[in-house]
Design a protein around this ligand. Structure first.
Ligand code: DON
Length: 556
């Protein structure tokens, strides 16, 4: 036991110095939002693949079985840990704006924001990043060819599966937009009706598109037949993509954000995700308090005040690092955190209106996250999305690909809120080739005795949900406890603490209300998927969010 503990410390240090980790779990764990995707991951591991091959299998299978939430027509962030040399890297597969992007495309003739154009149809879609991530993973980190790691997704797309209630509800919610596009309608509403439970969904065109990617890599999607079909459909429906927009798409390897909090080392998403920066700011503020010594209302008070301040800066400064200069050195410095702490009163909420800046947003639920640790200790945390359900609702006929509506994550029209009520500024204004800001926050937490792989969907609540998941993990909670932890969220504006009904007991609620907090219940949280590794006992633990029915966290 002692020996393992020491070895674990070597692994822990390795993430800083790039040395190799000695310890391996000897078995694997996967937690994803869908049973078939988790099984696909294990199938590929059984074929001799590693966590990165399994990630390709899980991600591509989610493209098929959870196509309302993510897919090869979208993008995401893949946080990777390679056990052999301790390398941590973030694969940025965020979508990019096409060259033709301009503000007027998102305005009605009377100059008011055209929300429909921002959310549905070709103008809503960014150039997909997900296929390039899968190709990159296979070429640089996996052990298997794409023909093997994409095989489960191809098989399920062709033979079909029975969608769960959430999939069918997403169709019902979007029947009007789906009906606009014949390719989408034929796929999702056979006979013009919303299908009932028990329906088998087959997407043979998606199987063929995945086969082209398996055979030709990036060229199977960004050039040739798939590209031609996408370009023709985007043009026919009033959009403006060029062959160069597709051919020039590149996945970017970025240094993850790394910071310490007490005994823990956190490795998380860097911009164009806002999540890591916001979380680091929150942890920096909180490191000045002895939270364990405080009663619950005061502990929550300081946490909520940290959230408020981090989200103010998130709204103000963050965007695509390849396009905007962000004052990260300042925002993430201990002096800045001390300044923020100095403005927090011990017993009173700070009204957001008293903090400079004025940007509001309100979140929603449609993305997906999965976590993997393999037998060698390789780890993957991936959050991927098409943005809102079924993205733009445009499936270019012949491709089976649901094009995202990620353009809405840009501040498309100054002063106009996006789907989550988000108002941005210049840092997140659209520009040709630019990546839109994201809240997706796949995260690794390394401690002396335990390692956690954590992430969640949830729009802007991703950041606070992951933060609360990390706190629960540090507290020693099991994977099942972490994903079930009752959630709360503050995002600066609106100046409200959103809570899951059972998050605060009556006394805590009363104390916080007395400090000036406006507390409102909110229904939609999760779907967190967590895998943890206890280095002392060398055991893995995995769990999916109990708020949702079809998830599966499995250790094999
Ligand atoms: O990248 C983002 O921040 C959003 N497109 C994520 C959307 C999301 O999480 C939806 N809800 N679950």
């Amino acid at each position: 036991m002692h020996k393992i503990h020491i070895a674990a410390f070597v692994a822990f240090a390795a993430f800083a110095v790039g040395a190799s980790a000695a310890e391996r779990p000897g078995h694997a764990a996967i937690a994803s939002a869908h049973t078939l995707a988790t099984q696909a991951g294990f199938e590929v591991l059984a074929e001799g693949g590693n966590a990165f091959d399994a990630a390709i299998a899980v991600a591509s299978t989610l493209s098929v079985v959870e196509s309302q939430k993510s897919g090869i027509g979208g993008g995401g962030f893949f946080l990777l840990h390679r056990a052999s040399d301790g390398k941590n890297v973030m694969l940025d597969a965020r979508e990019t704006a096409p060259a033709a992007v301009k503000e007027s495309q998102y305005l009605k003739s009377d100059g008011t924001p055209n929300r429909d154009a921002a959310l549905y149809g070709p103008l809503a879609a960014g150039i997909p990043g997900e296929p390039a991530a899968l190709v990159w993973l296979a070429a640089h980190y996996g052990k298997l060819p794409l023909s093997k790691s994409l095989a489960p997704a191809i098989r399920i797309a062709r033979t079909g599966f029975k969608p769960d209630k959430s999939f069918l509800e997403a169709i019902a919610d979007h029947r009007a937009q789906i009906s606009r596009y014949p390719g989408t309608k034929a796929l999702l509403m056979p006979g013009g009706e919303v299908p009932k439970v028990g329906w088998t969904f087959r997407n043979p065109d998606l199987a063929k598109t995945l086969e082209r990617i398996a055979a030709d890599g990036n060229d199977g999607f960004y050039k040739g037949k798939t590209a031609q079909l996408m370009l023709a459909s985007v043009k026919a429906t009033g959009g403006d993509w060029t062959a160069a927009d597709l051919a020039n798409y590149k996945v970017v390897e970025r240094e993850p954000l790394r910071f310490d909090y007490r005994n823990w080392k956190i490795v998380t998403a860097a911009p164009p995700s806002s999540g890591g920066v916001a979380m680091e700011e929150m942890f920096n503020v909180l490191s000045g308090y002895d939270l364990d010594k405080l009663d619950r209302p005061h502990r929550l008070h300081y946490i909520i005040e940290a959230m408020r301040r981090a989200f103010r800066d998130h709204n103000e400064y963050l965007g695509d690092p390849d396009f905007v200069k962000m004052p990260l050195g300042t925002l993430l410095s201990p002096q800045y955190a001390a300044g923020l702490r100095a403005g927090i009163l011990p017993d009173k909420a700070t009204p957001s209106a008293m903090l400079p800046s004025a940007v509001a947003h309100d979140p929603g639920m449609h993305t997906t996250h999965f976590s993997i640790i393999d037998a060698d200790g390789n780890m993957v945390a991936t959050t991927q999305t098409v943005n809102t359900h079924f993205g733009s609702c445009l499936v270019p006929p012949g491709t089976g690909v649901f094009l995202n509506n990620e353009m809405d994550d840009f501040a498309l029209v100054p002063g106009a809120p996006n789907a989550y009520g988000l108002l941005g500024n210049k840092a997140n204004a659209p520009a040709p080739g630019k990546r839109m800001l994201s809240s997706m926050t796949p995260t690794f937490v390394f401690g002396p005795e335990r390692v956690g792989v954590i992430g969640s969907p949830g729009g802007s609540t991703i950041i606070t949900q992951v933060f609360e998941g990390i706190m629960a993990f540090m507290h020693g909670d099991s994977a099942a406890q972490i994903v079930a932890t009752p959630r709360y969220h503050h995002q600066y504006l609106p100046d409200v603490v959103y809570v899951e009904p059972e998050a605060f007991d009556a006394a805590t609620q009363k104390a916080l209300t007395g400090m000036g907090y406006d507390i409102k219940p909110r229904g939609h949280w999760g779907f967190m998927n967590v895998v943890t590794w206890n280095l002392k006992t060398n055991t893995l633990d995995a769990a999916s969010d109990p708020r949702h029915v079809s998830g599966l966290g499995e250790v094999k």
